[in-house]
Design a protein around this ligand. Structure first.
Ligand code: PLP
Length: 451
C-alpha cells in the first residue's frame, strides 16, 4: 500500500457503492456514517478501500487502532492465541492471558494501592461495571456525571451520557439517580470566565446547586468524568478541574471514576489522560485502544473497592483470551514507543493545526493532548456561532482528498489517528485539512456572494 493518499475513483467507487446499497437494506439505520468508506485492508496509519483508493487514517475506527492497522506483533499474538483456543470464559475458568493482562494493568493504572480488573467487551460495559461496583461498594445510589459527556449506550451508561439528545431520545425513562454538572469547556466557559482566570468555578454548581437542592453528597456513590471529553468535542479541561473533583469526592466519600475509554491507552501522550493532572482516581474505565481493535472493556479499580463476591458481576465473553493476548502486546508496544510518539507527533500536529488559524477564520479553537486533537469550527470567532454544516462539509472534503476524519460534538473535528502516525504523516494530514477548509470557505463565500 502507498504511504500517501491516492484516490482513483469517484467516491464511493463502484464496489463500495454496491456494498453500501446492500447495507442499506439489512443493517441497523442507527449508525452514523458520515461518508462512504468501505474498508478492504489497513496498514499502520493507511487504509485501502474496496476500490483500491488509499486514505490516511486520522480516525482509527473511533480512536481504537492504537498500534496502527494490523500491527504484525498484534496479529501474531492473535493468531497464536486463536490456534491454541478461542474461548473458555474467564468467568468460570482460568487462562493465563487474562491474568497477565490484569497484572500489566495493575502496574500501569494510576490508581493508588493494589488494583483489580473486571473484564467486559466494550466501553459501555466497562462503565456499567463501574456504576454497579460503585453502588455496591458504597451502598449509595446516586451518580454525578457531566454535560457533554459520553459514556456509552446501554441503559445504565446512557443515563450518564449527556452528549447529544438524539442518543437518549425515545429511550426513557433513564436510570434514576443521575445528576449532570457543567464540564469545564474553557472555549465556552459555562460560568463566563476566561481560562487564564479559571479556578474551576464551574464546579461550584455541584456544591451550590446539586448538593443543596437535589441530592445529599452522602448519598452519591460516584462521580464519573472523562479527563478529556471525547464525543463531546475533544474538550480539554484545566488540570485544576480534575484536581478539585478529587478533593470534592474525597471530602464526601464519593468514588472518582475516570472514563478513559477514549482518552486512555496513550492517546493523550500519557498512558492515561488523568496522569496529566497528577490525580489518582478510584476506578478507571478502559476500552477502545487497549486491544488494537479487538473488543475488550475493563473496569480497573482499587483492590479494596473491588471486593464483590462470586456471582455479583460477570460476562460470558468478557476478557476473551484472543482480546487479552492482543491487549498484552498492545500495552508493550505502547510502553516501548507509542505513548511517547503520541506526545511527540501530537505536539507537532497541534502546532501545525494552530498555524492554520491565521489562514482560516472557520477555525475557532485547536486543543488537545498527544494525538487526541479537536478543532472547533465557528462561523464567527467573536460570537463563536457553531459551524455545524461547515464541519460536516470539511470532513467530507477531507475524505474526497484521502484523509479520514470524524466529527465530535456539534461542530468540532477530531484527529484521533493510530499512535504510529509519523511527523510526515501528521504534516500530510494538516496539508489536506488546509485544502479541505479552503474548499469549504470558498464555497461559503460564493454562496454568500450569490445571495
Ligand atoms: C469516553 C467514552 N466512554 C464510553 C464509550 C462507550 O464505548 P463503546 O462504544 O465501546 O461501548 C465511549 C465510546 O465512544 C467513549 O468515548
Amino acid at each position: 500500500m502507498t504511504n500517501t493518499p491516492q484516490i482513483n475513483t469517484a467516491l464511493p467507487g463502484p464496489k463500495a457503492a454496491a456494498i453500501i446499497a446492500r447495507d442499506a437494506v439489512v443493517v441497523s439505520p442507527s449508525y452514523t456514517r458520515g461518508y462512504p468508506l468501505v474498508m478492504q485492508r489497513g496498514d499502520g496509519a493507511m487504509v485501502e478501500d474496496v476500490d483500491g483508493n488509499v486514505f490516511l487514517d486520522c480516525a482509527a475506527g473511533i480512536a481504537v487502532n492504537s498500534t496502527g492497522h494490523s500491527h504484525p506483533d498484534v496479529v501474531r499474538a492473535i493468531t497464536e492465541q486463536a490456534q491454541r483456543f478461542l474461548h473458555m470464559s474467564g468467568t468460570d475458568f482460568y487462562y493465563e492471558p487474562q491474568v497477565k493482562l490484569a497484572e500489566d494493568l495493575a502496574s500501569i493504572t494510576p490508581i493508588a494501592g493494589g488494583v483489580r480488573s473486571f473484564f467486559g467487551n466494550s466501553g459501555t460495559e466497562a462503565i456499567e461495571a463501574c456504576i454497579k461496583l460503585s453502588r455496591y461498594a458504597t451502598g449509595r445510589d446516586n451518580i454525578i456525571a457531566f454535560l457533554g459527556g459520553f459514556h456509552g449506550r446501554t441503559l445504565g451508561a446512557l443515563a450518564l451520557t449527556a452528549s447529544k439528545a438524539i442518543q437518549r431520545r425515545g429511550f426513557g425513562p433513564m436510570m434514576p439517580g443521575v445528576y449532570h454538572a457543567p464540564y469545564a469547556d474553557c472555549y465556552r466557559c459555562p460560568v463566563g470566565l476566561t481560562s487564564d482566570h479559571c479556578a474551576a468555578e464551574c464546579l461550584n454548581y455541584i456544591e451550590d446547586q446539586i448538593f443543596l437542592h437535589l441530592v445529599s453528597p452522602d448519598e452519591v456513590a460516584a462521580l464519573v468524568v472523562e479527563p478529556i471529553q471525547g464525543e463531546g468535542g475533544y474538550v480539554v479541561p484545566p488540570d485544576q478541574f480534575i484536581q478539585r473533583l478529587r478533593e470534592l469526592t474525597k471530602q464526601h466519600g464519593i468514588l472518582l471514576v475516570a472514563d478513559e475509554v477514549q482518552s486512555g491507552m496513550g492517546r493523550s501522550g500519557k498512558m492515561f489522560a488523568i496522569e496529566h493532572t497528577g490525580v489518582r482516581p478510584d476506578m478507571i474505565a478502559i476500552a477502545k485502544g487497549i486491544a488494537s481493535g479487538l473488543p475488550l472493556g475493563v473496569a480497573a479499580a482499587r483492590a479494596d473497592i473491588m471486593a464483590w463476591p462470586p456471582g455479583a458481576h460477570a460476562s460470558t465473553f468478557g476478557g476473551n483470551p484472543v482480546s487479552c493476548a492482543a491487549a498484552v502486546v498492545t500495552l508493550r508496544l505502547l510502553k516501548e514507543r507509542l505513548v511517547e510518539n503520541s506526545a511527540d507527533v501530537g505536539g507537532h500536529m497541534i502546532a501545525g493545526l494552530r498555524a492554520l488559524m491565521d489562514k482560516h477564520p472557520l477555525i475557532g479553537d485547536v486543543r488537545g493532548r498527544g494525538l487526541m486533537i479537536g478543532v472547533e469550527l465557528v462561523r464567527d470567532r467573536r460570537t463563536k456561532e457553531r459551524a455545524s454544516e461547515e464541519r460536516d462539509a470539511v470532513v467530507n472534503a477531507a475524505f474526497s482528498r484521502g484523509l479520514l476524519l470524524l466529527g465530535a460534538g456539534k461542530n468540532a473535528i477530531r484527529f484521533s489517528p493510530p499512535l504510529v502516525l509519523t511527523r510526515q504523516q501528521a504534516d500530510m494530514a494538516v496539508r489536506i485539512f488546509d485544502e479541505a477548509l479552503m474548499e469549504v470557505e470558498r464555497s461559503r463565500q460564493s454562496t454568500t456572494n450569490t445571495r
